[in-house]
Ligand binder design. Structure first.
Ligand code: C2E
Ligand code: CA
Ligand code: CA
Length: 681
């Protein structure tokens, strides 16, 4: 109870020293100030009494605040306000002020009591929380590449953060109340039976493909928390970019980097798939084609790897054009391609494709300034061929491909179980070949070459023979393709060359006065050996042979393909006076005139020309004329009948070789021919 005339401010301050209490007059001036008020506001009574209490308010508080509070207190007998107050030391306190008018017994108001409550700690915590909320909100609503959502228990969106728009193209409003199905691709929608259980537990990193408003596919990764019965909340992140990278990686893992074609792994996969389909529908057939380029190594060696890569690329593109969209063209590595023809009717469908491929690859490939042929050998295995595992079909096609290679280049063969025996033998030979030379299993036979004009012995062609301990005599036609693949060919050639030189030396020593020429075959690889000329020179010296007695035969196609790369070696040989002759001439497409660029001294006409009637004769006549005009001599090979011999003579071919005249002979038999003293040209 307050007595009239009493100084309420002082009295209050004195009565309740610990309470943060002060008294202002109706104008807001401080008239009473307790020690508690000093603790809260920092001012001592002497500093603040007589001044407006608004002095304590933080400057950012709205002006007139105190006045409003006083008026409110006078009006309703009570007022409350909260706000920052600034202490004289600069510190800020958040204070709740409770104002109540002080009346005397006559109900006269002569002051306002203000109770302070320091709520700074709570306020700070509040602000902190709000700040965190704010940051969270920013995070949620501003998250690029993802959005938060909540769903009701029916799977309909209840809330979506605004960033959903960046991800899905829809605004949050457009999606709220709609089910996820609106955007999910049909195959992503969960079967109805699964839905409840799927909502039971949090699922980490579920992948989902959805359709953006603009129709594009977006890959989402969804982390969802779905307590039973309450719907779910989750965060969906756009992982399309990662998906794309992943897909690129998968693509890389399943494709050949050079050609972009499916690789072996993907081919196996497609093959197994085709097998499964064929098992379900037995009338459905497919075929596996294996293709091996015939002269890839030559291109790689002579024109360089870049050109080799270019050729492979060119071949890949042509192969793709030879098959239907559902078929698989795959590169197994190197120059080996595998093709899966799915859904064919019968073998003829497969052989037709093989012919198409052969035709397509038969057109020259332009590699920079050079041209190359991509001719390949193709093996075909049909799905109806009895087999145990799909992989076997690839092996079968491979075997058929080797068969095709052995029969001549640029052809195809369909696998048949009878091939197996031959193939196993081939594999055996391939295993035995590397040791054959050191084991002394090679011999050289000599086929006489006669002068057409005189009928006398002009020389011999040295031909390699392999006496296999089990197989017996193995024909060069069989082992040379193997040797070329295994890299034995150079060693074999050198063996034949050395042996032929040795024989020639012996023959000449034992049969003085005879002049015998020796033709030796060189494989394509040899022309790239820069030491070839040197080796030849050393051999000639070692055996005391005139260079002119040695003829080196190089296959036409090899010469055409390697003209540039082998030019240096050919010139060196030419410089030694060793004559070069083009073997199997007329089988390729080499224009005769182009041979002028290499120092060639003779042409060996291919037997196919010699045995051909009709246009063959015309062709041969033209070739002989051109060759003679270029100062080259002509050898007719494969002369088997008197009729052919007559034609050869008529066309003024210079030399002849063939079974009619003599088969290849052992060294002893050849020496007997020399000894018989046939007239020698
Ligand atoms: P080529 O150089 O064209 O050799 C001629 C081939 O025709 C020889 O086959 C020979 O026996 C055969 N021949 C001879 N006269 C006749 C005939 O009247 N009719 C028929 N149908 N054929 C006849 P061969 O000895 O089986 O050699 C096959 C091929 O192997 C050779 O063809 C040659 O390209 C290659 N070759 C043989 N020995 C060597 C060698 O030492 N080094 C290299 N690089 N290749 C060789
Ligand atoms: Ca030859
Ligand atoms: Ca020949």
């Amino acid at each position: 109870m307050i007595a009239p005339g009493y100084q309420p401010g002082e009295a209050l301050g004195a009565m309740l020293p610990d309470h943060p209490l002060l008294v202002v007059d109706l104008g807001g001036q401080v008239i009473g100030w307790s020690a508690g008020a000093e603790r809260v506001c920092g001012y001592q009574a002497g500093q603040i009494v007589g001044r407006s209490f608004a002095t304590c308010y933080a400057p950012d508080e709205p002006r007139g605040r105190l006045r409003d509070e006083i008026e409110e207190a006078l009006r309703s007998g009570y007022a409350e306000g909260e706000g920052w107050m600034l202490r004289p030391d600069g510190g800020r306190v958040w204070v709740r002020r409770t104002l109540a008018p002080l009346r005397d017994l006559g109900q006269q108001v002569h002051g306002i009591a203000v109770m302070l409550c320091d709520l700074t700690t709570r306020r700070r915590a509040e602000l902190d929380l709000r700040e965190r909320e704010e940051r969270f909100r920013e995070m949620v609503e501003g998250t690029a590449g993802g959005f938060f959502y909540s769903m009701d228990d029916q799977g309909r969106f209840r809330y979506l953060s605004p960033s959903v728009r960046d991800v899905l193209g829809y605004t949050a409003d457009e999606l709220v109340g709609r089910p996820l199905d609106l955007v999910a691709r049909p195959e992503e929608r969960e079967p109805p039976g699964d839905a409840p259980s799927a909502l039971d537990r949090p699922r980490a990193g579920r992948a989902l493909r959805v359709v953006r408003k603009d129709g594009e596919i977006v890959h989402l990764e969804v982390v969802e928390n779905a307590p039973q019965g309450t719907g779910s909340v989750g965060y969906a992140r756009d992982v399309s970019r990662q998906k794309e990278l992943e897909e690129q990686l998968t693509h890389t893992a399943l494709h050949d980097p050079l050609t972009g074609l499916p690789n072996r792994a993907l081919f196996w996969d497609r093959l197994r798939h085709a097998t499964r389909l064929a098992e379900r529908a037995p009338e459905r057939q497919f075929a596996v084609l294996m293709l091996d380029l015939d002269r890839f190594k030559a291109v790689n060696d002579t024109l360089g790897h870049l050109a080799g890569d270019q050729l492979l690329l060119g071949v890949a593109r042509r192969l793709e054009r030879c098959v239907r969209p559902g078929d698989t063209v795959s590169r197994f590595g190197g120059d080996e391609f595998a093709i899966l023809l799915d859904g064919i009717r019968d073998a003829s469908d497969a052989t037709r494709v093989a012919r198409r491929i052969t035709r397509a690859l038969g057109e020259p490939f332009r590699l920079g300034r050079e041209y190359a042929f991509g001719l390949g050998s193709i093996g075909i295995a049909l799905s109806h061929t009895p087999h145990e595992r799909p992989e076997e079909l690839v092996r079968f096609a491979d075997l058929a491909m080797y068969r095709a290679k052995a029969l001549g280049r640029g052809r195809h063969e369909v696998f048949d179980h009878r091939m197996r025996a031959g193939i196993d033998a081939r594999l055996q030979l391939e295993r035995d070949l590397p040791r054959a030379l050191e084991r002394g299993e090679f011999r050289v036979e000599y086929q006489p070459i006669l002068s057409v004009k005189t009928g006398g012995l002009w020389g011999f062609e040295a031909l390699a023979r392999w006496h296999h301990p089990v197989r017996g005599l193995v024909s060069p036609a069989e082992f040379i393709p193997l040797a070329e693949q295994t890299g034995e060919m150079i060693a074999i050639d050198l063996y034949v060359l050395r042996e032929a030189c040795r024989q020639l030396q012996g023959w000449q020593a034992r049969h003085p006065g005879t002049s015998i020429n020796m033709s030796v075959n060189l494989s394509g690889e040899h022309l790239l050996r820069h030491d070839l000329a040197e080796q030849v020179r050393d051999l000639l010296r070692e055996h005391g042979l005139p260079a002119l007695s040695l003829r080196l035969e190089v296959n036409e196609s090899v010469l055409a393909e390697r003209a540039d790369a082998s030019r240096q070696v050919l010139q060196q040989l030419h410089g030694l006076d060793v004559h070069l002759q083009v073997d199997d001439f007329g089988t390729g497409r080499t224009p005769l005139r182009s041979l002028q660029q290499v120092p060639v001294r003779a042409l060996k006409l291919d037997p196919s020309l010699v045995t051909r009637n009709g246009d063959g004769a015309g062709l041969m006549e033209a070739m002989v004329k051109v060759a003679h005009s270029l100062d080259m001599s002509v050898v007719a090979e494969g002369v088997e009948t008197q009729e052919q011999m007559d034609r050869v003579r008529l066309l003024q071919v210079d030399y002849a070789q063939g079974y009619l005249l003599s088969e290849p002979l052992t060294a002893e038999m050849a020496e007997r021919v020399i000894a018989r003293g046939l007239p020698v040209n």
